[in-house]
Design a protein around this ligand. Structure first.
Ligand code: NAD
Length: 287
């Protein structure tokens, strides 16, 4: 479809953005659905956010995805936040509704929907999550909002520790029906117990991707059990060491590509009100 005088513009902002798969996914979907829309990537640093948001209102740009380093820095410039974005404290999708900019976070929905696509629901489940960075926080908050019975967080005492403490407080305050606890990754007896009691394990750390591709945060493969669904936010490699070991112990395993696909699909739905052609996007860009 040719660009016309009424073509709607969507975009990605952040830095770097040149490597992103989002423009291809969204433009393919627009074309597939015959929509007069285009999606571009703009390299925007934190110091340019105010101008970028102002341009979004003026031009107008109908929606944008937001990546590092802008996911939290954009918050003060938006008019409204979705419940999940407010609780996570970060935004990766902004929808321009007639000049009103609404921030959403789709990473957690992407995770939940990637499990759903594999026949796994988070409602009523006990979930162990590794990590307290951006992906981990989005997963923890969304699983709590979607009815998880218990979330047990294991993370290092690094610069992300305070985020883990905030997440525990946030869930206790806003989703009291979900039990939540945090432990250090070195508390291995507690980890063994938590895995034994869990239905789902989520790795949302950088462990498993280069240069940590030979590592897994489950120190003993005997702790996997066939009732545990083992998931990884890491998508490169597609099957991390943790997933490979879990599979040999009879676990259902789900890698991070699905989360990547479904977070984009959720952004597309928020942008357009239409479902992304997920199967076709998967076949073209993820296989
Ligand atoms: P981040 O920098 O915000 O957080 C990194 C997390 O990893 C922190 O909790 C940190 O403590 C932990 N960590 C790092 N090294 C560790 C180690 N050696 N041992 C234990 N913990 C360690 O990063 P992020 O954006 O949350 O990304 C985390 C992972 O999730 C990355 O691999 C990223 O590619 C992946 N991710 C995937 C998707 C997807 O759609 N599949 C989306 C976002 C992130």
């Amino acid at each position: 479809m040719e660009i016309s005088g009424t073509t709607k513009l969507f975009c990605l902002i952040g830095s770097p953005v040149a490597h992103s798969g989002s423009p291809a996914m969204h433009n393919f979907s627009f074309e597939h659905l015959g929509m007069d829309c285009r999606y571009l990537a703009f390299d925007i640093g934190k110091e340019q956010i105010a101008d970028a948001v102002s341009a979004m209102r003026t031009l107008p740009i109908h929606g944008c995805n937001v990546t590092m380093p802008c996911k939290t820095a954009i918050l003060p410039y938006l008019d409204e936040l979705s419940p999940a974005a407010r609780l996570v404290g970060a935004v990766n999708t902004v929808v321009n509704r007639n000049g009103k900019l609404i921030g959403h976070i789709t990473d957690g929905v992407g995770y939940v929907n990637s499990l759903r696509a594999e026949g796994v629901e988070v409602a009523g489940k006990r979930i162990t999550v590794f990590g307290s960075g951006g992906a981990a926080t989005a997963i923890q908050i969304q699983c709590a909002l979607d009815g998880a019975e218990q979330i047990t967080i294991f993370c290092r005492e690094d610069s992300f520790l305070s985020q883990a403490q905030r997440t525990v407080q946030t869930i206790q305050e806003h989703v009291p029906s979900c039990r939540v606890e945090r432990f250090d990754l070195t508390e291995t007896e507690q980890l063994a117990r938590s895995l034994a009691e869990s239905h789902i394990l989520a790795n949302a750390t950088k462990v498993g991707m280069a240069p940590l591709e030979q590592e897994s945060l489950v120190p003993n493969a005997e702790w996997f059990h066939s009732g545990l669904v083992v998931t990884d936010a890491v998508y490169h490699p597609e099957a991390t060491k943790m997933l490979r070991e879990a599979k040999t112990k009879g676990c259902k395993v789900i890698g991070g590509l699905g989360m990547l696909l479904w977070q984009g699909a959720e952004a597309f739905r928020l942008f357009t009100g239409k479902e992304m052609p997920v199967k076709e996007v998967y076949e073209k860009y993820f296989q």
